[in-house]
Design a binder for this molecule. Sequence first.
Ligand SMILES: NC(=O)c1ccc[n+]([C@@H]2O[C@H](COP(=O)([O-])OP(=O)(O)OC[C@H]3O[C@@H](n4cnc5c(N)ncnc54)[C@H](OP(=O)(O)O)[C@@H]3O)[C@@H](O)[C@H]2O)c1
Length: 441
Amino acid sequence: MGGLSFLRRMSLQQKNRTPVSTASTSAEIVEEEPAQIATPETQTVLLLHAARQPYQLTEDYPVPQVEGDSEVLVRAQAIGLNPIDWKAPDFNFAIPELPYISGRELAGVVVQKPRHASRLKVRDRVLVISTDYRDLRKAAYQQYVVAFDYNTVRLPRTLSFEEGSTLGVAFVAAALSLGVCMGVDFSSVLDGPDLFSLVRGVAPEVLADDIRKECLDSIRDYERAVAGDWLAVWGGSSTSANITIQLAKLAGLKTIAIVDKAKHGLRLANHKSIRTDLLVDSHDPQRAVDIIRGNLKGKLRFGIDTRGKESATSLLQALSPGNLATAPPASKDSPVDSPPSPPATPHDSALLSAHLIGLTGLPKQTPPEGTLFHTVPIKLFHEVPAVGEALVSWLERLLSSGLVSPPEIIDVEQGLGSINKGLDRMRKGEISGGKLVVNVT
Ligand SMILES: NC(=O)c1ccc[n+]([C@@H]2O[C@H](COP(=O)([O-])OP(=O)(O)OC[C@H]3O[C@@H](n4cnc5c(N)ncnc54)[C@H](OP(=O)(O)O)[C@@H]3O)[C@@H](O)[C@H]2O)c1
């Protein structure tokens, strides 16, 4: 990259290199935190010029500018690669404009803090979760990245930048699947969010039209998943399964992972944080369904699929809607426009629905009676600051306490220019059971 000609005005550098000192009333010297570190005006990025083409390494591209009061600028140190990064160009979806900048998660250093009061300071080591794929300023495949502070997580010293770049997208997908789609209340886990209530506390018009029903009307209060309930995760080797299983176990759920046991069985059976109560081989899907049904005897109401339509269809067969002898009265948290809950009399019974969440596809059929299909309302994370803030501050606590660990790193590539090679390795199925990350220091 170019040299000093890219630096902003010397006056800005000077101001930031020399901390401003002010005398307090007791004559002690208080050093003010700088609002930013000098940054260049241009940077190197990866640009996608058309679908089904490799990303192009491009120099002299403008460094993105922060807007509003809650955005930060982060200098990337490590980028986590995600399946969407190669699937989007290969299958030509989720590319809102061309040329496009991709990349959904990274770890780095805050170089410009938000204008409003914030957890974040200049020089904080952070991970950034960029679910807002329509805003190119926030994409990870560039040297400098803009992020909302409520989408940015401070990294504990115990975690490297590479480790920090592995888990953000998976964490958001897992927390929203469990908390919104299944109603899991995390308040007992380091004061985590009760997303079921949180989304019902925001004005409904704040929720985008395409996620409002999922957020408010997809599960009733009395059928929320609670400690002791079973959850099956098909595609248990994925990063999103890893974090889902960790969070589900922390909330007291019992877990089943359906995986290629020859490939992942030994590792998962002995894993300290993602060992499940039941590990089922996925090789023969019908056999896997029979094993789950045989073991659970009608008790499995929650399933999350991370692989696609076909395995989601198998997972559907393993689920069993059930009857609750007595339906509790509707709570104040009941969905706004759902039908009234049955009255709570000793003779009434209510159907406890089964819930199938598809991260990457759902069965083609309409849901059978008593079963609901869910998609993850991922945009809640960047569109509703209260949700973003609740999730990132909880993740900070989970990481610093060690209650959540990052997934395994399969390999580390070097430099933005190696991302095409890394994505090719993912296309070929070489990255399995963990993450490929790219060091860009
Ligand atoms: N809806 C959402 O908001 C959301 C959020 C996050 C992720 N997702 C989607 O969920 C899925 C899982 O994401 P992830 O990041 O958790 O996945 P991941 O960690 O990259 O791995 C998924 C698993 O897929 C298998 N695999 C690897 N390369 C493959 C290839 N080229 N073709 C087919 N299978 C391959 C491997 O399992 P085996 O070795 O066991 O075969 C791997 O462990 C992706 O489709 C992703 O786009 C959706």
